[in-house]
Design a protein around this ligand. Structure first.
Ligand code: HEC
Length: 235
């Protein structure tokens, strides 16, 4: 008899745990606004991200935590709400150079983000040079500006960082949790114009069609170019 009671409680616990993940309604899409660039040890870097319940509703008042680790070093930082609903920010200072794994947790999710390569600490003079370069860069006509070239590898990082994988399965993204609300994108075969038009306006294009619509996420043209290279990489 005791055994039956134990089994019953274990089943109840499992049912409870299951309802907290995915299907029963407790999921959210976490979208990083920009992948951190040019990160150096000892210099604070601010990340911004959105949390949308079911990919639809911006969620306010959440406790959010960013955790990062590199070997046996780790850090953990609380996110803060910004003045935009559902948008949070957090400032991280990586103590050492190297490849840092990190994740954002919010609501029921703990979402791994693409690793950040942290460079060696810079001298004050190196920082000054970099800030001049940035300021100068803004005065260079767009046609001559040297934007980092898009690549399929960058596109895969963006697919993770923006939360596409929450709704779309893709065979190249190992172990992805997907609600499969959107179509499998492994064999996506449409052209770049389609992808730009779609991603710029996904919400309006899909909202009226069905229960699950796709949010318009925070994406730059460069990011969409990289996503295109990733989605069409093996064709
Ligand atoms: C909240 C869920 C959700 C998220 C997050 C999401 N999508 Fe979608 N996506 C959908 C749904 C649902 C559809 C199908 C809409 C329809 O056909 O009406 C779709 C359709 C698409 C299509 C059209 C496919 C085709 O061939 O017609 C592309 C491309 C796409 N999504 C790419 C992306 C990318 C890239 C991201 C990340 C930047 C992303 N999606 C994030 C739900 C999502």
């Amino acid at each position: 008899m005791k055994k039956i009671v134990v089994v019953f409680f274990v089943l109840m616990l499992l049912a409870f745990a299951w309802s907290g993940t995915g299907q029963a309604g407790g999921w959210a899409v976490i979208t990083l606004h920009e992948l951190p660039q040019d990160v150096h040890a000892g210099e604070p870097v601010t990340v911004r991200f959105s949390v949308r319940q079911h990919g639809k509703h911006p969620m306010e008042g959440l406790e959010t935590t960013i955790r990062a680790s590199n070997g046996n070093r780790s850090l953990s930082v609380r996110g803060a709400e910004s003045n935009q609903t559902g948008v949070y920010t957090a400032t991280l200072t990586f103590p050492t150079a190297g490849e840092w794994a990190w994740s954002i947790s919010a609501f029921t999710m703990d979402v791994p983000m693409p690793a950040i390569t942290v460079g060696a600490p810079r001298t004050a003079f190196e920082r000054l040079l970099a800030s001049w370069r940035n300021a100068w860069g803004r005065h260079i006509p767009a046609a001559y500006a040297q934007d980092a070239p898009s690549s399929a590898a960058e596109g895969k990082r963006i697919f993770l960082a923006k939360g596409c994988w929450t709704c779309h399965h893709h065979a190249q993204v190992a172990g992805s949790f997907s609600t499969n609300n959107g179509p499998d994108l492994t064999t996506f075969a449409k052209d770049a114009e389609f992808l730009h038009a779609w991603l710029r306006n996904a919400e309006q294009l899909t909202k009226s069609r069905q229960e699950w619509w796709m949010p318009t996420l925070e994406l730059s043209d460069n990011e969409i170019d990289a996503l295109y290279l990733f989605l069409r990489a093996d064709q």
